[in-house]
Design a protein. Structure first.
Length: 179
């Protein structure tokens, strides 16, 4: 008998097929990876799930399928909420007296509203609510790593867009100034 960890053996034998299946259900690599991880976490927490199984593979695919269906149900509810929040035309910044600052804040608000709902939600919870990635993960039912990566991607998009806006504003201002 081998000293190999049964969970590791099971992962090595089935992860590739499970990932392909989950990817076909979610159409998103990140979501498929999260669900694959959750499948094996469930197995790690309840190793007896395979004890009476006639087909280890069938049990794993059933677990993965059920997790994917739960994920889709939660995602549908969450997406409706995020869309309703995104539909509100509110500026998350305090009003500014200075016209240049007011213009920048308005552009920042537009840039935020143009982010994908998943990224916008993470940015809001992190910056305006002061949540940790762990707390964001619980609220949005995603992993802390997913929350952190969505935040990082959102900040990159905001940085690029706002830098372009500032550069264009500076060029416009410089072009209208008289020597």
């Amino acid at each position: 008998m081998s000293d190999e960890d049964p969970l590791a053996r099971c992962y090595d034998a089935h992860a590739k097929g499970l990932f392909a299946y989950l990817l076909s259900l979610t159409h998103e690599e990140e979501d498929a990876r999260d669900l694959l991880q959750e499948t094996f976490l469930r197995l790690a927490r309840q190793p007896d799930l395979l004890d009476a199984a006639r087909s280890e593979r069938a049990v794993l695919f059933r677990i993965a399928h059920n997790l994917a269906m739960d994920f889709h149900r939660r995602r549908t509810v969450r997406d409706r909420f995020l869309q309703s929040q995104g539909a509100q035309d509110s500026i998350p910044f305090a009003p500014a007296e200075d016209p240049d600052e007011a213009a920048f804040r308005a552009e920042a608000a537009r840039a935020l509203s143009d982010l994908p709902p998943e990224q916008r939600a993470v940015v809001h919870l992190k910056l305006w609510e002061g949540f940790t990635f762990e707390q964001i993960a619980r609220v949005l039912e995603i992993s802390p790593n997913t929350a952190a990566s969505r935040y990082r991607y959102a900040l990159d998009k905001l940085r690029i867009r706002l830098r372009r806006w500032v550069e264009n504003s500076s060029q416009t201002t410089a072009g209208t100034m008289k020597p």
